[in-house]
Write a protein of this length. Sequence first.
Length: 410
Amino acid sequence: MKIITLREGKERSLLRQHPWVFQGSIAKGGADLGETVRVQSHDGRFLAWAAFSPSSQIRVRAWSFDEAERIDAAFFQRRVQQAIELRRRLGIDSNGIRLIHGEADSLPGLIVDQYDDILSAQFLSAGTERWKDAIADALVAATGCPYIYERSDSGVRGLEGLAPVTGWLRHPETFEGYADGNRRSTEVTITENGWKLTLDVAEGHKTGYYLDQRDNRGLFAKLVKQFQCKTVLNCYSYTGGFSVAALEGGATEVTSVDSSGPALARANAHVTLNGYEASAHTALDADVNGTLRRFIKEGRTFDAIVLDPPKFAPSAAHADRASRAYKDINRLAFKLLNPGGLLLTFSCSGGIGAELFHKIVAGAGMDAQVNAYIIKRLEATPDHPTTVTFPEGEYLKGLVLVRKNESLVA
């Protein structure tokens, strides 16, 4: 067993069971890509069993803090089963569920979403790559799902010295005697909040869809109804989950804006799939920032607006630039919002904390000369948990605001 020795005083995070060790904290030791190592303090005390990544700034990711534990196939079977048992106890009424949420489930670098009978998995760290086959076996055994599609195409893999990988990882029809025409399609239909939504695990964003917004989409439908919102603007709409929610809430004019034509085509399909009139939905293949500015010039206003942009700040180092981008789109949205109207605004950037996001949105309101009530704070669904030892996992944060009737004085 290879040993990684930390510099004096650098053991504190592991003693608090935080799973990461950065390059600068290591005094000596090395290993192969993804190899299991013993991590010890400068004086030889055991700290953790971990996976080693020679090229990443996060040089070590801890598997276990129990010296008696062995890191083998049985270990991954236990960890996978524990994660899935939590999701079962949550009682989520959907066949689209996050089963494994990386560090929160003590499986750093592993993301697994279940879409009906397909598991869509991302192996984003050197350790999960090394144990990929054992993890895949554990997933099939624990879920009974025969299909695993790999979506290890995130740029994070490059930081680990890993090439992108996509394709079927487990597929029972790949055995001899089955032609490609008989293979299971990568298309899936899931249900959430009583709606049907389709996705393609091979082509969709991340693992195929954004399950972390499931509860927030359900809440939005209720708020649209409660506040009698008729005109709704859904920005960065992707395949229209919030747009369907708006129609469910009674909206009569919903506009979805995204820069992906295929995503918007699926959004249009979702409208009719769920029994709503196609004429009630307009899909705009356009830049969101430019569209917001154009709508202001045209004098357009809306009863409800959703801002769910992509990650502007992948790390704290990008926070300043991202803050300006978040502030700008929120300022424009405030200008387009009718008095008494709803704004749901989100950040999925790990480099932007909840307190900073609040300040950004407040500053946007001041610049737009708009005041608003904050009636609710939002986060990811419970199947995307955060742990007390890994607060960095709390990436999604959102606010529900209601514009006050009076404007601020310049």
